[in-house]
Design a protein around this ligand. Sequence first.
Ligand code: CO
Length: 133
Amino acid sequence: MEKIEHIGIAVKDLESSNQLFEKLLGNPHYKIEEVASEGVKTSFFRSGPNKIELLEATHPDSPIAKFIEKKGEGIHHIAFAVDDIFSEITRLKSEGFIVLNETPKKGADNKLVAFLHPKSTNGVLVELCQDIH
Ligand code: CO
């Protein structure tokens, strides 16, 4: 894995959280994107070289709605940038990690993504993401 690509934060209301994070970081979000297949609406902020992704559920069955129901708002996942998501998935599986989707899917921000189950990573939902060129 190369670096932390972004940190994902589950929020109840994207509009008010966008305002909050704009105040916190001192700059506005640079994009909003809905990922219909995941039931989320996202916004992205830059903080120096780092990125923050806010995620709001678009329907009650969304993984984000379920997360907030169980744990409340807060840090939802850490995303790592990878060069070759397919070989990373193979490597991590062989190390015993539980890969939630063995076939990478199209995520927000023009990425191919795959997730590791938190029960194999000390409770942290890990996202692997690779730029789609
Ligand atoms: Co993410």
